[in-house]
Write a protein that binds this ligand. Sequence first.
Ligand code: ZN
Length: 441
Amino acid sequence: MSGASARVDFLLTGAGQLVTADPGLGEGPLGLVERAAVAASQGTVVFAGPEAALPDLPLAAGCARVDAGGRAVLPGFVDAHTHLVFAGDRADEFAARLRGVGYEEALASGGGIHRTVRATRAMPTHELEEATAERLVRAALQGTTVLEAKSGYGLTVEDERRSLEVLAALARRTPIDIVPTFLGAHLIPAEYAHDRAGYLELLEREMLPACAPLAEFVDAFCDRGALTVAESRRVLQAGRRHGLRAKLHANELGPTGGAWLAAEQACVSADHLLYLDLAEAAALRQRGTVAVLLPGTSFLLGTGRSAPIRVLREAGVTLALGTDCNPGTCYCESMQLMIALACVHGGLTPEEAVLAATDGAARAVGRAGVAGRVAPGAACDLVVLAGRSYLDLPYHLGVNLAHEVVKRGRVVARDGVPLGLLEAPPPPPATPSPSPPPGTA
Ligand SMILES: [Zn+2]
């Protein structure tokens, strides 16, 4: 207990299998506990362990009780990488890719990210917020309780700031934790195609001062057809001067030096990493950089390539998972599906995948020990699965396996139905009357 006065206001019993993601609390890498209970006070776990060892804790009046009925219970999923704020869709490009038109071809001909940038700039803010909210709710219904989300489809000072404001507005309406990332360096926008340095100048001088107060991380798309290593380095360094921590899209489309840059800049995470050798992986490990694997994207790009799991394993790099939810290469909000794809397509073991979707992803978004674990001191974020084992996640496909989702000690979804997941947007501010009516205080 964190103090004699803390009263338990959430108590879960009857977990047939509890994944604590804390090896100190249970068996194996997932810290498994059988016949387990979880108690929380004011949103924070105060006990996680065998039900038989549950201490006699003082219960608050109206304490929320959950009987897991023998089901498996896991930490809420942490989605370490999304591009949640966007307008429009690119289903036609997806279909063209199925017919053999490459992703880089579409990008080079003004489609791809450029097209989403045009659609996002054109969408009114309230519509952009609601479109983003719908994706956030779909993610949460599938068990995501912490989610990183990037700007990057604005690429002007106003539109990048607007994307981050949409995330801030949503954060006020939902208990789900949103980790905002500034990705003004997603691409050099079309209007700066012949003045790349001019765009980076704008990013440094105007965009970062406007956006950094609304973000935790700075990110850059360092790859073929996007930013070079030198350009990305400049962006990360500038972001850090504004108090942001660094992430990097690295080595997705080719062995472009992004992984080396991520290590050099001691990025919190390097994401994608489809092309990675042992020396690069060792450098990431040495700098404590987490590898964020995005198996949905590698699966849907259809190249058959996924991040080299043997290399990552051999180097001992911490693994994380994300959906990469975006309109171009992976339109998916489900961390459950990512766990499955990480196993069947990416070569991870179920234990590696579940750990990467919880504790590993929490590390990748600066929430180590706070999220992604069911342990004293961590947020009481849980997924009660429909089945009795975490193995159902890669095994039982195509259905939502989240029976109940708990955020900070409160049930926020049950069998796919949201329970206070999202408040209505605040009404628009009333137009002030020119002069107050007389006699009112
Ligand atoms: Zn991305």
